[in-house]
Design a protein around this ligand. Structure first.
Ligand code: UT7
Length: 349
């Protein structure tokens, strides 16, 4: 049976380190609040005119490709996961293809926010298993810092996000004891606006749930962006943090157990769980609920912040570079975020 394996992995972090104290200079927050509620001490912000979502993804991809022992010309499919694309359209997949001088290969963008990498891994896995592609480049990259509200109004969101990119190359393997064992994807759009950025959007407001602040009534320039909306600066991400938190700590253990159960494995079989780095308290809650040891759960949110789609591959890459993942280890990746969408992947390294 053909399985897909991670043949190469890479990451890129922008050099600009932003500490909690740096944020206290522009908004009403404190180092203590951020550490206590999120675990974050610092994050990286992209540098304007140097880093974009695509350029950071390409830097991570170059490392992953080199570690896979191939060249960019061998890539036959690009999957690019991001919620912060360089352009509204076209996606970062084709921009990557152009920047890396690749052939006329297929390029797909995934807009699944925090679960984008796990969704991308699942898509790649299907294409490898059917034999359609042999060298898939999966990138997840985010530049949040260009579009956050750094006034006190946006502090519940702006303090948690950071920028960065991770990438993997997926290849087929015939070994039974290696590669992706299974992937598990879920979504529930009933609370879509609880973690959202609705504008710019052609239908902003039309599908708004009762839980979201007032809806624009008069169309502006044919769109549903009103002057009122602009005045409220509703062009920034919105998050009902506690609601997202509560859902995440239920769905993450569920989807991790789903992966273990399908493969008739137990939590004690796990060498490492790499959870989406949303909030250290979420990871700790999941760890406690599942009875996992400190060594079994990898966290790097303390110095990187929440990089949404990029958080899982960055953490996976860091853990591997630190020698914490060896051949044969059982690894679980799990993510939950906006949509809501969530998922897990179980793999044997
Ligand atoms: O990756 C995508 C998925 N996202 C997540 O999983 C995020 C899930 N949610 C969270 O991580 C947490 O809800 C947050 C870190 C976003 C917020 O933490 P919280 O403990 O849920 O705080 P809260 O939103 O309930 O706010 C508590 C208080 C409020 O003040 P009052 O109303 O009690 O006076 C906020 O105004 O903390 C205030 N607050 C802040 N104070 C200082 C909110 N943000 C800040 C801040 N600095 N940055």
């Amino acid at each position: 049976m053909i399985r897909s394996k991670i043949a190469g992995i890479g990451m890129y972090l922008p050099e600009n380190v932003v500490t909690n104290d740096d944020l206290t200079k522009v908004m009403d927050t404190t180092d203590e609040w951020i550490i206590e509620r999120t675990g974050i001490k610092e994050r990286r912000f992209a540098t304007r005119y140097k880093d974009t979502t695509t350029t950071m993804g390409v830097e991570a991809a170059k490392i992953a490709i080199e570690r896979a022992g191939i060249s960019s010309q061998d890539i036959d499919f690009i999957i690019f996961a991001t919620l912060s694309p360089d352009y509204f359209f076209p996606g970062c997949g084709v921009l990557t293809q152009r920047m890396m001088n690749m052939k006329e290969i297929a390029a797909l963008d995934i807009r699944n926010q925090c679960s984008g990498f796990v969704y991308g891994l699942s898509v790649a896995d299907q294409f490898i298993k059917t034999g359609m592609y042999k060298n898939i480049l999966l990138i997840a990259s985010e530049t949040h810092s260009y579009a956050l509200d750094f006034s006190t109004r946006g502090r519940n969101i702006s303090v948690i996000f950071g920028d960065g990119a991770g990438a993997v190359v997926l290849q087929p393997t015939m070994k039974n004891d290696q590669g992706v064992l299974s992937t598990h994807l879920h979504s529930d759009g009933s609370d879509a606006e609880l973690l959202s950025m609705m504008n710019p959007g052609f239908h902003a407001g039309r599908f708004v749930s009762a839980k979201k602040p007032p809806v624009p009534e008069k169309p502006y320039g044919g769109l549903f962006i009103t002057e009122d909306l602009l005045a409220k600066e509703d062009l920034y991400p919105y998050m009902d943090g506690p609601a997202v938190f509560k859902k995440a700590v239920i769905k993450l253990p569920e989807v991790i157990m789903e992966a273990l159960n399908q493969n008739q494995l137990k939590t004690s079989d796990l060498k490492m769980l790499i959870p989406h780095q949303a909030n250290l308290r979420i990871s700790q809650y999941v760890q406690q609920k599942m009875g996992l040891s400190d060594e079994q759960v990898y966290n790097n949110i303390q110095k990187i912040g929440n990089t949404t789609a990029a958080s899982v591959p960055i953490a996976l890459c860091e853990a591997w570079e630190d020698g914490k993942i060896q051949d044969g280890d059982l690894i679980c990746l799990a993510a939950f975020g906006s949509g809501f969408t969530w998922g897990s992947a179980l793999l044997r390294w």
